[in-house]
Design a protein around this ligand. Structure first.
Ligand code: S3P
Length: 225
């Protein structure tokens, strides 16, 4: 029988944002963390920090995607463990902003599914392309034909985000403050499962994740390495 949602919530699982580059994960995560009064951990920033402040794009250029992914996994596992166990001075509950490619590695999928409440922010390729074009941050995997690369990555990743998500939010072209409101409202529904039917469904998703952990099963419908 699934664990009651209240039990899951009481374990103070970290809240992890996933979704494509440009959807606003980092900005939303920062504001949600502030609203909840907890730490925000940005995985790209953590990877950058372990490389002495080197930018993600420069890390990609220097050591390649595989090595970047290894650093990303290490940072993610550290963030999840720290958030859950309250070690290394981290808050017990944290909000984690992942990079868009976090779903490219099975180990990340397994850890997120077991240890976090996952919020998937999604939007259309058109909206993402507009935002990415005006972003000062270079995403190496989107170099070249932005639209074609977005479509290629989204097609591969969307089923993985979907399988992982406890909460799915179509942000459309909403502003960051509007998305933060949407997230907080969905989170409060999850935290109070009696609130409405949608919340009960979210609760089941979270509880299922916990039960799957006990049963040793994982998510993942695609073929991440
Ligand atoms: C990546 C997304 C980026 C960053 C890196 C790889 C990806 O993070 O981790 O450029 O594979 O989509 P954001 O999603 O925060 O832009």
């Amino acid at each position: 029988m699934p664990l009651p949602l209240s039990t899951v919530i009481a374990t103070a699982a970290p809240i992890a944002f996933v979704g494509m580059a440009g959807v606003g994960k980092s900005a939303v995560a920062r504001r949600v963390a502030t609203a909840l009064g907890v730490e925000c951990i940005d995985i790209d920033a953590e990877v950058s920090a372990v490389r002495g402040g080197q930018s993600v794009s420069s890390i990609f250029d220097e050591i390649g995607e595989d090595e970047f992914r290894a650093l990303e996994t290490a940072a993610l596992l550290d963030a999840l463990d720290g958030a859950r166990n309250g070690v290394r001075g981290r808050a017990r509950r944290a909000v984690i902003a992942t990079g868009g490619g976090v779903v490219e590695r099975q180990r990340n999928l397994d850890a997120l599914r077991r240890q976090a409440l996952v919020v998937w922010l999604r939007s259309s390729d058109d909206v993402l392309a507009d935002r990415l074009r005006s972003s000062s941050v270079r995403r190496p995997l989107l170099d070249g034909d932005l639209e074609a690369n977005l479509t290629r990555l989204r097609t591969r990743r969307e089923p993985l985000y979907r399988a992982l998500a406890d909460i799915e939010i179509d942000v459309g072209s909403a502003t960051i403050p509007q998305v933060v409101e949407m997230v907080l409202s969905r989170l409060s529904a999850v935290e109070d499962p009696a609130q409405d039917g949608e919340a009960a469904q979210d609760g089941e998703a979270v509880a299922t994740a916990v039960v799957d952990e006990v049963a040793g099963t994982g998510a993942g419908t695609g073929a991440p390495r």
